[in-house]
Design a protein around this ligand. Structure first.
Ligand code: ADP
Length: 442
């Protein structure tokens, strides 16, 4: 698998991992919220059941020899009667306790058979209501035809003898509470689904934001290592081949073999330039470039740098002109600016033909010192304009090799300019050639 695919797979795994964490958190949070809301909604109903249970038990405890019955009054009032079991007809022995009208009270004998009368329509369905003698004093849920839902509690009420012991079943309809809980459940489920979908995007974005720069860097680094080894291998192969050829003729004169010798020498020079450039870049990558700034007149300094090149250009029938109008002093690292100007001048000479012109211009604009190196040479392609500052990028590898280029010059120029908090840009020179524009802050 290619490195890029491996990185994509890693990115994908990272997204799934992030997503898993996001979704688990939201599901746990959603469930927690749901159970909190559900408990809250039912807590009022459950409290009613417990209070009614306590009321009945307390009333019964006061008159231990009483037995219990329940019923509904004409005006829909719910009541529980405690009646003297010995003197059933005496009026004063009847205690009537009114309880919450929403609560249905069912009195059952010790075998679970229903004793209550007047249960109205409920009587037809009463058998569906769960009653378990073993499940006492705990709130549970029961339903009729899976349509009407009740919270219920069962408890034992002691009579004055075992035959008067009764079970009381309290029921309260919770259809509206159930609807409310279901409504909340739907809202929470929809919210979780929405959040999950958003999480997919969020985790993709987060993963891309964190991993993309890393993977880009890794790819760049891999390409860089590949380029370096290629750049080192080519001159080494040439040197080795030429040296082997020389060794085959140990008695030959140097003068006869001067071509081979000068070729090996050129390749050695290339190698040493390459190593020097690579060292510079690696020091820059590790933030080890310390600028030693001096206040200088940049026009004067540029003139000094360019002068020797005027002659070289003339020898190649090219022309160098200076148009220096900055006329002010500026704080720069002179060694680095020298290196920068040499790179640009070298390129201008390398990539121009006989009769071409090179112009170096300085001026002040927007509080910046602008330096332009203009040529009427072969020019750069549209793609090249943005890529020439990349390490080892060359428009024409063969030409660059011929002229001793390493493909690192402009990336070093770019570094030097950014170390000075400036910018460098390549543009087309009309009708032919290129312009390199540097802007340095004052
Ligand atoms: P090189 O050592 O190859 O010159 P550089 O980093 O200095 O490396 O330049 C990168 C590439 O940019 C060159 O190979 C060349 O294709 C292009 N280039 C740079 N300067 C010029 C210029 N003045 N005119 C045309 N092309 C240029």
């Amino acid at each position: 698998m290619e490195e890029k695919d491996k990185l994509k797979l890693k990115l994908f795994k990272h997204i799934i991992y992030n997503l898993g964490i996001f979704i688990s958190i939201f599901i746990v949070f959603g469930l927690f919220l749901f159970f909190m809301i559900r408990n809250n909604i039912y807590s009022g109903v459950d409290k009613e059941l417990y209070e009614s249970k306590n009321l009945i038990l307390d009333s019964n405890n006061l008159k231990i020899n009483f037995f219990i019955n329940s019923g509904m009054l004409g005006n829909n009032e719910n009541f529980v009667i405690f009646q003297d079991s010995i003197n059933e007809n005496s009026d004063y022995s009847i205690t009537r306790k009114i309880i919450n009208p929403n609560i249905i009270v069912i009195i059952r004998d010790i075998n679970g058979n229903i004793l209550s009368e007047n249960l109205g329509r409920l009587e037809d369905y009463i058998d569906e209501l769960t009653f378990n003698e073993k499940n006492m004093d705990k709130i549970y849920e029961t339903s009729i035809e899976n349509k009407y839902y009740y919270r219920a509690i069962n408890f034992l009420v002691l009579g004055n003898s075992q035959e008067y012991n009764k079970y009381v079943q309290l029921l309260i309809n919770v259809d509206s509470e159930r609807n409310l809980v279901n409504g909340y459940f739907q809202i929470i489920v929809s919210a979780i689904i929405l959040v999950c979908v958003l999480s997919i995007f969020a985790s993709y974005l987060v993963s891309e934001r964190t991993l993309k720069p890393l993977s880009d860097n890794l790819i760049k680094q891999m390409e860089f290592v590949q380029n370096v080894s290629h750049e080192l291998r080519t001159p080494l192969t040439i040197i080795q081949a030429k040296q082997e050829l020389l060794l085959q003729e140990p008695n030959a004169k140097i003068i006869d073999k001067s071509e081979e010798i000068s070729l090996t020498l050129n390749e050695t020079k290339r190698l040493s330039k390459l190593v020097k450039d690579l060292l510079f870049l690696s020091r820059a990558d590790n933030n080890k470039i310390n600028l030693q700034k001096e206040n200088i007149n940049i026009d004067e300094y540029i003139k000094e740098i360019v002068n020797p090149y005027v002659e070289i250009a003339q020898m190649q029938e090219k022309e160098i002109n200076l148009n220096l109008n900055y006329k002010m002093d500026i704080d720069v690292d002179t060694n680095k600016i020298y290196q920068l100007m040499i790179i640009l001048l070298d390129n201008a000479i390398k990539y121009t033909e006989k009769g071409d012109k090179i112009e170096i211009i300085t001026y002040s604009k927007d509080n910046k010192c602008v330096i332009e190196v203009k040529d009427t040479g072969i020019g750069i392609s549209d793609e090249g304009l943005t890529r020439v500052f990349e390490r080892f990028y060359r428009e024409d590898k063969a030409r660059s090799r011929e002229t001793g280029g390493t493909g690192l010059g402009l990336s070093i120029a770019n570094l030097i300019v950014s170390e000075h908090a400036g910018t460098i840009k390549a543009t087309h020179n009309k009708p032919n050639g290129s312009i390199f524009t540097i802007r340095l802050p004052k």
